[in-house]
Design a binder for this molecule. Structure first.
Ligand SMILES: [Zn+2]
Length: 224
């Protein structure tokens, strides 16, 4: 028994994992920044990592839809972070914020190691589902690791009710189409279902007539 107590004393303090999900425009980045700022106020060492795939705004900062900026590291994956950040600097870190977490394939592995072994507090923000409401990347895989899970909602762009889903306004079919309000809108369940049906009609029209995409979107918008 004595030896196990001795081992316990050698362990670092336990880490934490907090997951923030929701559709686009739900304030996930804002919630992440609020959490990280509150940790900064407690004199904790904090860093934010975001995917280098998302170059909509500045590469070296996280910018919320309302324009608030926070410096960060833009990386293609999480496994390279410790080495790029420096082992000593990493050891001194208390809190790691991860934004747009759906773009990191190694999210689960990174969270396990950082929280379980290295004692870091992780705040992970990302989309739980894509525009087809399929699970997006590895975000849902870290829920079993989490201390807390928060699902935020947006406002439906069409009726103002609570929005749980992201509707793609264009005919592009790939899962990772990075864009803002020009490509996506938050919608309630009813308008998600109506919108998907309208987009389906529009896609069929494109197939049949090969008309330009921008006309199709207008046609789809008229059908919503
Ligand atoms: Zn609605």
């Amino acid at each position: 028994m004595a030896s196990s107590f001795a081992t316990d004393r050698n362990l670092k303090r336990p880490g934490e994992v907090h997951v923030i999900v929701g559709p686009m425009f739900a304030g996930k980045t804002t919630a992440l920044l609020r959490r990280v700022k509150s940790e900064l106020n407690l004199d904790r060492n904090v860093v934010i990592i975001k995917s280098s795939k998302d170059a909509r705004y500045a590469i070296d900062s996280v910018v919320t839809h309302d324009g608030t900026k926070f410096p960060c590291w833009a990386l293609p994956d999480l496994s390279s972070f410790k080495q790029k950040f420096g082992a000593n600097a990493y050891d001194r870190l208390d809190v790691i914020g991860i934004d747009e977490a759906q773009f990191f394939d190694d999210l689960h592995e990174f969270c396990c190691e950082a929280a379980d072994l290295d004692g870091k507090i992780l705040v992970v923000a990302g989309l739980d589902g894509d525009y087809m409401r399929r699970t997006f990347g590895s975000v849902l895989d870290v829920i079993p690791l989490a201390d807390t899970v928060t699902k935020l909602t947006a406002r439906c762009e069409l009726c103002g009710k609570r929005a749980f889903f992201t509707l793609r306004k264009t005919n592009e079919m790939q899962t990772e189409l990075i864009g803002g309000a020009d490509v996506y809108m938050p919608v309630c369940r009813q308008h998600y279902v109506n919108g998907q049906a309208a987009m389906e009609v529009a896609r069929n029209v494109v197939e049949a007539q090969k008309i330009p995409n921008d006309l199709t979107v207008e046609a789809a918008a008229a059908l919503v």
